[in-house]
Design a protein around this ligand. Sequence first.
Ligand SMILES: [Zn+2]
Length: 441
Amino acid sequence: MQRVLTLSSNRKPLMPCHPARARRLLREGRASVFRRQPFTIILNDRDDGNVQPVDCRLDPGSRTTGIALVAQGEHGDRLVWAGELTHRSAAIKQSLDSRRSLRRARRVRKTRYRKPRFDNRSRPQGWLAPSLSSRVAQTTTWVRRLTALTPVNAAQVETVRFDTQKLENPDIAGVEYQRGTLFGEELRQYLLTRHNHTCAYCRGQSNDPVLNRDHVLPKALGGTDRVANLVIACRTCNEAKDNIHPQRWIAQLSTSNRRVDRVRADNMARIWSGWRPSLKDAAAVNATRYATGNAVKTLIPDTRFDSGGRTAFNRKQQGHPKAHWVDAACVGERGSSVRISPQHQPLAIKATGWGSRQMQRVDRHGFPRTSTKGARNVQGFQTGDRVEAVVPKGRKAGRYVGRVAVRSSGSFNIQSANGVIQGINHRHCRVIHQADGYTYN
Ligand SMILES: [Zn+2]
């Protein structure tokens, strides 16, 4: 069960409490609502309390980042709060691309070709594209918010998919290659990354989503468990290949007329001749995760980095379902034993941004289409505020709760769960949660 974040009367973070307890405290007037999202109460009569160590664990992803707060109690670790943060990398890239193309079109429209003058552009070391740095910024925003509301004293961040050092360790015995060991998970993550999460033989032609590791030279024919003899293959290809020698399989496939068999023959021939996809892009893939980890470290000094192989191993060992927030709870060495209630519902957080700097809407040629944008703040309301509107009479009589879009006329639109309600006068509205760049549900 998602716990309620709790502050003492002097705003010191206390242990998150059970929702039933929070309801009782609010009913008895011993606490007040401090913040709607994440739901936080502030105690009116206590300025201190016992706190246990709380771990902030992160599983940074390209679209969604899992966030978990894990309390270390006497009876082991338990998940107290979880969230899934959805980033807006695609929206950022799209708007920058559209700005670039509009500017370029405007620049060249009535100009002869002029060759580039000089290349004096440079980027600082560790530069990330805006779509990527937004992921880092959004994650640190949430870590900062949560550290102000809970007694977080340490952090665990999944910074890499697999641990290269473990894979290079020559002391690994054959038995450890088996599925269900920590090394086996690291190896699986490595192979999945190397083969870009597609079957090495059919390249996804079979449409089989089940991917497993496969011995290029079957073990029955003397193939080893070494990384060089392993690829990722779908179940269909795995069963079709069976225990046949690669060269014999290529010969068999070459006689087939099926398209998938010809793809398989081509890829098997390349793999048999020693070709493997390169991993040089893996560092770039991990750059954003590392930047996230380092940014978190500036907020929480006791931050440790760990691998996705360990996360997957921890999650599978405990039989937890696959989800970003569950993965976050399983990050790191301590992630091997975390109690997660089956009814736990994480907070869904979606980054919405803060509107645009563009002063006017433009047509498809980049020329102004509307009048200049009005003030951001109208009658004390901002686009993005969560409001409650109670309309006493008329056609739109009723109570509406949702995200408001302000108009300078003072007649607002409210995006509620049942759709958009237009033309609600500001006099009927009341702010529940001020715009903070995110939406929740
Ligand atoms: Zn396949």
